[in-house]
Design a protein around this ligand. Structure first.
Ligand code: HEC
Ligand code: HEC
Length: 436
């Protein structure tokens, strides 16, 4: 009898320990997906991966990137984009879209990865992540467009470097958007839009670097930071957005606001978009001149897709760090620092790891310059949701990647908030950040 009691007490305690250690995982893997409409999520996944919203008119009609990819040997211009070149600028190939014979041929080294014609074959198979080619009945590529997945998906490299299964929501920190755009033979269009000369456009595009993009450029024309270096922000994660109020580094709006913004104004899809804040000619001279705050298109190829896109993004849970990628004991100690003397949890609140409610802070509160904040209608910085940091450890931290390592981030907070953390606490904090 006594022994039985002890056993049941023991199992109660064990269940208690088990369930507390599982709480965060459960939130990650179950609750969210249960409340979403599976049909809407599936539709949104298709949109996220494959929908160009009619943006071919921009990427091909105006920038002629279809012809840059083809190269002169296939009816385009220049040397064309071979798979080797495409991979070198960070484009990814979806191995699951490759038919078995093609996959075998690649593995056997029988496919010419230096020929633009091979890229056209991959596009025909819809295997280049985020880049969609359209083909006529005789098999000629007539245009290309881009999808959300171009920047917000990568692959797991399970087939080869840059070739593997899709990882949606993971930012592609290898992707050199600027270099890809600079393949255009119509830089004049961008130069006119921004009121600069063509060489300036090229210098700026080539200066963004891998994993970065300047989304504000086409609103305010600001290509450079006050110190003269080229301004660009890291492509953020599109996972782990559950419970997060404002989106983007500077909190332009919520996630679905930004989805409409980016589909219309950055990808140049054809939809409807309104935001009277963009009519402010002082803050947004390029946007107000081009009426970007009042976009209408008929038919509207974007708005009907917003509910699905939102559902799909909400289904993208932050990936769980592989075990062994951090020191679990140190991480447990780091959690205590994060929630205690480190004061991190005053803004990064578990499980969302941003502020609950109005999640913006001033530059001075953060101890950084206000250049990027001042480009947003909010004038502030949004507390980054920290889950899945391990999956975006390339390119640095903070909006522009100014901190190379997590150690640099921790040192910044230690100095700015005068936390006086010792090296053990700092190390533990870093291990915790790697674990969430
Ligand atoms: C050319 C690359 C590119 C494409 C294509 C793109 N994005 Fe983004 N996205 C970015 C960058 C860069 C930011 C950060 C903007 C900023 O804050 O300056 C961003 C921000 C976001 C955010 C905010 C994330 C956060 O941390 O709050 C979401 C959500 C998002 N994008 C969704 C989408 C969706 C949906 C699409 C397709 C409709 C899309 N993006 C297409 C580059 C891209
Ligand atoms: C006053 C609110 C606030 C506090 C306190 C705070 N953070 Fe942050 N955190 C932010 C904001 C805002 C950003 C976005 C800064 C940017 O992108 O420029 C951020 C960004 C980060 C990032 C970079 C994420 C990424 O993907 O780029 C990390 C890591 C981070 N914080 C960790 C911490 C840690 C660790 C602490 C405690 C030592 C802490 N934060 C305390 C508001 C805060």
């Amino acid at each position: 009898m006594k022994i039985n009691k002890i056993y049941s007490l023991l199992s109660l305690v064990l269940v208690g320990i088990f369930s507390t250690s599982c709480t965060e995982t459960e939130i990650r893997t179950e609750t969210i997906t249960e409340i979403l409409d599976p049909a809407l999520v599936t539709e949104g996944k298709e949109t996220f991966r494959h929908d160009t919203f009619g943006d071919e008119d921009f990427w091909s009609g105006i920038l002629h990137l279809d012809k840059a990819i083809k190269g002169s040997s296939n009816g385009g211009y220049g040397s064309g984009v071979s798979p080797a070149t495409a991979l070198s600028v960070g484009l990814k190939v979806d191995s699951e879209a490759l038919p078995a014979d093609v996959a075998q041929a690649i593995q056997a080294g029988q496919v010419d990865l230096n020929s633009p014609a091979t890229t056209l074959t991959l596009l025909k198979l819809n295997a280049v992540v985020g880049l969609k080619g359209n083909f006529d009945t005789s098999g000629n590529m007539t245009s290309v467009g881009i999808t959300c997945a171009l920047c917000h998906s990568t692959v797991d490299n399970s087939f080869a470097a840059g070739i593997g299964k899709r990882l949606d929501g993971w930012p592609n920190r290898d992707l050199n958007v600027g270099v890809i755009v600079s393949l255009t033979d119509n830089a004049a269009f961008l130069a006119n839009l921004l009121h600069v000369d063509e060489p300036t456009v090229m210098t700026v595009l080539q200066g963004w670097g891998p994993g970065k993009f300047n989304a504000g450029l086409f609103m305010d024309g600001k290509a450079l930071k006050p110190d003269g270096t080229i301004a660009a922000n890291l492509i953020p994660a599109a996972y782990g957005m559950q419970g997060v109020n404002l989106a983007t580094y500077t909190g332009w709006g919520d996630m679905t606001y930004w989805n409409a913004f980016v589909a219309n104004l950055e990808m140049h899809g054809k939809g409807n978009f309104s935001d009277s804040r963009l009519n402010n000619a002082v803050q947004f001279p390029i946007a107000s001149e081009n009426n970007f705050g009042n976009v209408t298109n008929s038919p509207d190829l974007i708005t009907p897709k917003l509910p699905g896109l939102q559902a799909y993004q909400l289904s993208l849970l932050a990936p769980v760090p592989p075990s062994g990628s951090y020191d679990a004991a140190a991480a447990a100690a780091g959690k205590i620092v994060f929630q205690g003397v480190g004061q991190c949890a005053t803004c990064h609140i578990s499980p969302i790891f941003t502020d609950a409610g109005f999640n913006l802070h001033s530059a001075s509160e953060l101890g950084i310059d206000n250049f990027e904040a001042s480009r947003s209608p909010t004038g502030m910085y949004r507390t980054t949701p920290l889950r899945g940091l391990f999956a975006r450890s390339t390119g640095g931290y903070y909006h522009d990647g100014r901190f190379t390592t997590l150690g640099d981030v921790v040192n910044h907070y230690d100095n700015h908030f005068n936390l006086q953390l010792n090296s053990q606490q700092k190390n533990d904090l870093i291990e915790y950040l790697k674990s969430i």
